[in-house]
Design a protein. Structure first.
Length: 383
């Protein structure tokens, strides 16, 4: 067993070999394992090496500590660099999205052990893998509209492909899901208690890969899988599908007002606190993404990210939530009614100064690989 680092990322991400299994550990526990550009570059480079290495059969990614898998991108660094006019935010989003796309099409089993907080950038390096294992400490959300951003890292692809209108509900509210909810929403494939994750990693390292890597991984995980319990989300499903079935944020709020219960009123209050511009971006993003292929979604998100970095609400949202922590963002415009379709169009239509996201050098997924994502699990052949 060897543990290595990459010069570009230092100790922020660790790489370990356990026989045929490669283990990637996001290693910033004091920062809830938040991603920076150097980590994204290091992970992509090492994944490329593992893909070409015939002795590597599968990859596990996990987070250090017991609080978070990954709480997202390093927002404070993005804020500081953007305020200073540095190119870091644009470089970060380009390299992060390239990594997300590479994981989506990765040829070998990629197992995310999602223990603790998983939000934003952490979702991008977990949910697109072939196997997603959640623990009882899971705290999963896409809360970006609360800081003037949007549910990115492939959110425009996976959110509209969740059952019913769960994806739109998550994008509009930043709703946090626990393990049972994540499995119900088909974000997590299996539930394995956190105390058994180390044991699961060892079992994966000893799996009979000669019978087929993907099926071998599936069998091992199922041997450890447990019942996550009852999903609170299931009781809300009918109302979620009814209230978030439209195409406008104003329509969602009107539908919630018609419900008239405590849940609906609380949901409206949550939505009213988020960036009106971000909410309208996210609504269009989710509906558009439902009709796009994964690479097209990432290219769309790349344009939106550049627009957000050049705008007002991202910096105001980070100030209010992360820096001053007064929780009183002054959005501009301040209301949904003041944000027109014409205001949102440039986020989707304007090509960034450096050009659109280039994914042409990433290996194309085979049909069988592409079908793994948000599809029913494979059925193994009889032993």
């Amino acid at each position: 067993m060897t543990i290595e680092t990459e010069d570009v990322a230092g100790e922020d991400v660790l790489f370990e070999r356990r026989g045929p299994l490669a283990v990637i550990t996001l290693n910033r526990p004091d920062a809830l394992n938040a991603l920076n550009r150097e980590m994204c570059l290091a992970i992509e480079r090492r994944l490329r090496r593992y893909e070409d290495d015939r002795d590597v059969e599968a990859i596990v990614i996990r987070g250090a500590g017991d609080k978070a898998f990954c709480a997202g991108g390093d927002i404070r660094r993005l804020y500081d660099a953007g305020r200073a006019g540095e190119p870091y935010p644009q470089d970060f989003y380009r390299d992060e999205y390239r990594l997300n796309a590479y994981i989506f099409r990765y040829a070998k089993p990629y197992i995310a052990l999602i223990d603790g907080i998983d939000m934003g950038g952490g979702v991008g390096v977990s949910v697109h893998g072939s196997h997603r294992v959640v623990s009882e400490r899971l705290n999963f959300a896409m809360p970006e509209t609360g800081i003037g951003l949007f549910p990115d890292v492939g959110g425009s692809y996976f959110l509209p492909r969740l059952p019913g209108e769960i994806g739109m509900y998550m994008a509009m509210t930043g709703a946090r899901l626990r393990a049972a909810d994540a499995v119900y929403a088909e974000i997590g494939d299996d539930f394995v208690p956190a105390e058994r994750h180390d044991e699961l990693v060892q079992a994966l390292a000893e799996a009979p890969f000669q019978r087929g890597a993907r099926s071998a991984v599936g069998r091992v995980i199922r041997d450890f899988a447990a019942d996550p319990g009852e999903a609170a989300l299931a009781a809300l499903r009918e109302r979620i599908d009814r209230c978030f079935a439209g195409d406008t944020v104003e329509g969602f709020i009107a539908a919630l007002e018609a419900e008239g219960d405590d849940w609906a009123q609380a949901t409206i209050a949550t939505m009213r606190g988020k960036s009106p511009t971000s909410m309208k971006i996210a609504c269009r993003q989710i509906r558009t993404g439902a009709e796009l292929e994964f690479d097209e979604c990432m290219q769309m998100e790349h344009r939106i990210a550049h627009g957000c970095i050049a705008g007002h609400d991202f910096y105001e949202g980070v100030r209010a939530v992360v820096i001053d922590k007064d929780q009183q963002p002054r959005w501009l415009p301040a209301t949904l009614e003041a944000v027109s379709d014409a205001d949102i169009d440039p986020y989707f239509d304007v090509e960034p100064a450096g050009g659109d996201l280039d994914l042409h050098d990433l290996q194309e997924p085979t049909e069988s690989e592409a079908d793994v994502h948000f599809a029913p699990p494979e059925i193994d052949e009889p032993a």
